[in-house]
Design a protein around this ligand. Structure first.
Ligand code: FES
Length: 107
């Protein structure tokens, strides 16, 4: 397997109902992850992009959270509607999606 140009980690952390930190899973992380994988499949971009689920990335309030390496870009409040733009702009194009980036105080 060639090393991908970019690696996407989608927080899929679950927590019990009522937990004070909430969780990305409660905010739609599972369908988001499935949609990332579907877009990867649609584009056949397996040599450029890897998609992996992860545990808590830290700033739970703004989830669902997604971090992209090697840049270490944290995207917050990501929805399935954002995925084509993330692929076009950042994952395959190299330009971060400014409107989804966490603010400097968060990340
Ligand atoms: S639960 Fe997703 S960042 Fe903490």
């Amino acid at each position: 397997m060639p090393r991908p140009q970019r690696h996407v980690f989608v927080c899929s952390q679950q927590r019990p109902p009522g937990h004070p930190r909430g969780s990305c899973a409660a905010k739609g992380a599972s369908p988001l992850l499935q949609a990332f994988w579907a877009e990867l499949q649609k584009r056949q971009a397996f040599e450029q992009v890897a998609i992996t689920y992860s545990g808590c990335l830290g700033p739970c309030d703004g989830g669902p959270n997604v971090v992209v390496y090697p840049e270490g870009t944290l995207y917050q409040g990501v929805t399935t509607a954002d995925i084509p733009e993330l692929f076009d702009s950042h994952l395959l194009g190299g330009t971060e999606v400014e409107r989804l980036k966490a603010d400097g105080a968060t990340w």
